[in-house]
Design a protein around this ligand. Structure first.
Ligand SMILES: Nc1ncnc2c1ncn2[C@@H]1O[C@H](COP(=O)(O)OP(=O)(O)OP(=O)(O)O)[C@@H](O)[C@H]1O
Length: 501
């Protein structure tokens, strides 16, 4: 009960005896004190509630909001940095392609050639996006509009082809990229987007693009997908992986030995997906393509058809229709028509099994053989006015043998077999050196160079990925591989690649 001052006064006035009055006044005073204490207690409960419950909850909420905002800010910055990096990589790659270093461009000014290349890339990408948009429209349009749209898509496609091929020609017909293997051990290499240096030495190697050890399969493929597109435009393409045993050639070309996923698959599955996706798109515009695949192995200077298993002993010869001109054919080779990505990859996987069934084990065997996966293409189209057009091309994807014994010691070894195995790589380097010096290379000295003749010179576009390992124990081979890559990247052919008719 709460007693007001008036109530207290009226109560004391009612008591007549002074002693009792004093006592009741004291009692009332005590009651008042009790009341004050009660009020204080509830106030302190309220304060405690605020200090121990409300304040911590508020603090936690503020911290959570700050974390969320921080994460959002970091993610946004990361996206921006990625875009900036991509821009920088493109710029650096462009400069490298043009044989220039950043330092050479005065005060950071971009030369006219660089601007032209950047515009070419931009133009091509815009046209490609426009073509894809029209294909999407075409897929949903009624028959009435089809002819008109089909014509537009065909025109855009021709424009894209022209621009893409101009772009690829500007990049050069022999391009070299470098990839560092993912390793946790001691790292002897330091890299930028376009250079590799060996730590503790002055040695620095420049390539069109360097993929550091953190690089993903997707990133590597992004850099070559436009080149793959020109295969359907009627060009011969050859992509090969070079490097010592265990440096990641098979990983780059095919993917890891087990559990290949969309993220880890290498160049071969990605190229097949891209080729058949593009075929599907161009079908809407009237193009039809026929593709035939083959898969062989060059082991000990002998050709083996991987589709026939490792026990079949058949003789295979490389033939050229007109002297040494035209498309190389191999006798007794099974070529299978492939109609979609699954067909092509099943064919590839099935044949790969023969490669891995060697009695010496996969690495030992694969390090001593070159695996060559070839896809031959013929395409035809009839435009709305009934005008026909055809094209043909070859896509050659090569996982080369390990390069670690490519030296003089190998040529004097008593092991005849090893000598033969290394011969092809030696000849490959000779051919590339001759091309660099603008001399006439001799292709016939090894089956590898003879078979790849059309992909190394003249009417072709070649991309080599030099694979290196960053560990101390591989230093010597890594250095040699980088030297080899440097030599090759200097190869400039006078012949501009021509489209096959
Ligand atoms: N970038 C990478 N990321 C993850 N694993 C890798 C990478 N590069 C190589 N590896 C792994 O390292 C091992 C050796 O690589 P790989 O078989 O590709 O070498 P190689 O150069 O083809 O050797 P060989 O000449 O003997 O065939 C494999 O287990 C492969 O999965």
């Amino acid at each position: 009960m709460v007693l007001g001052p008036d109530t207290r006064q009226s109560i004391t006035e009612l008591v007549e005896d002074p002693v009792e009055r004093d006592l009741s006044a004291d009692g009332l005073h005590l009651l008042q004190t009790l009341q004050t204490l009660r009020t204080l207690r509830s106030v302190s409960y309220l304060c405690l509630f605020r200090v121990f419950i409300v304040v911590p909850v508020l603090v936690v909420l503020i911290v959570l909001v700050a974390i969320v905002l921080g994460v959002l800010f970091w993610w946004k910055r990361r996206q921006n940095t990625k875009q900036d990096d991509k821009g920088k990589i493109d710029e650096e790659a462009t400069l490298n392609l043009l044989g220039k270093s950043k330092e050479n461009t005065k005060n950071g000014e971009v030369s006219e050639e660089n601007t032209a290349m950047a515009e070419l890339i931009k133009d091509y990408k815009e046209k490609l996006a426009e073509m894809s948009r029209q294909i999407e429209i075409l897929k949903t349009q009624s028959e009435m509009d089809n002819q008109e749209l089909k014509k537009k898509v065909l025109e855009k496609n021709e424009e894209c082809k022209r621009l893409n091929n101009k772009l690829q020609e500007a990049k050069g017909n022999i391009r070299v990229l470098c990839r560092i293997k993912l390793c946790e051990e001691n790292d002897i290499l330091s890299t930028t987007k376009t250079t590799v240096s060996i730590k503790g030495t002055e040695k620095r190697y420049t390539f069109e693009r360097v993929f550091d050890k953190e690089s993903t399969q997707r990133e590597v493929y992004e850099d070559i997908k436009e080149l793959v597109r020109s295969f359907l435009d009627g060009y011969n393409l050859c992509i090969f992986a070079y490097g010592q045993t265990g440096s990641g050639k098979t990983y780059t070309m095919e993917g890891p030995p087990d559990n290949i996923s969309e993220d880890t698959e290498g160049i071969i599955p990605r190229a097949m997906k891209q080729v058949f996706q593009t075929i599907k798109e161009l079908k809407v515009a009237g193009w039809t393509y026929k593709l035939r695949a083959s898969y062989i192995e060059l082991y000990n200077e002998e050709i083996r058809d991987l589709t026939k298993g490792s026990n079949v002993q058949e003789k295979h010869e490389i033939k050229y229709p007109r002297g040494e001109q035209g498309k190389a054919t191999i006798t007794n080779i099974k070529e299978e028509e492939v109609e979609n990505t699954d067909d092509a990859l099943n064919f590839y996987k099935q044949a790969s099994k023969s490669r891995t069934s060697g009695k010496t084990g996969r690495n030992e065997r694969s390090s001593r053989s070159h695996a060559i996966f070839r896809v031959e293409m013929t395409g035809r189209v009839e435009n709305v006015e009934g005008v026909k057009n055809t094209c043909s091309g070859t896509l050659t994807l090569v996982d080369l043998a390990g390069s670690e014994k490519l030296d003089d010691a190998a040529s004097v070894t008593t092991n005849q077999e090893t000598k033969k195995i290394n011969l092809s790589l030696m000849e490959l380097s000779k051919v590339l050196r001759a091309l660099r010096k603008k001399e006439n290379p001799i292709y016939r000295n090894s089956k590898l160079t003879f078979l790849l003749k059309n992909s190394l010179g003249g009417n072709s576009k070649t991309l080599m990925i030099v694979n290196v390992s960053p560990t101390e124990d591989c230093k010597r081979e890594t250095e040699r591989t980088l030297e080899f890559g440097k030599e090759v990247s200097k190869v400039v052919l006078e012949n501009v690649p021509r489209k096959n008719k």
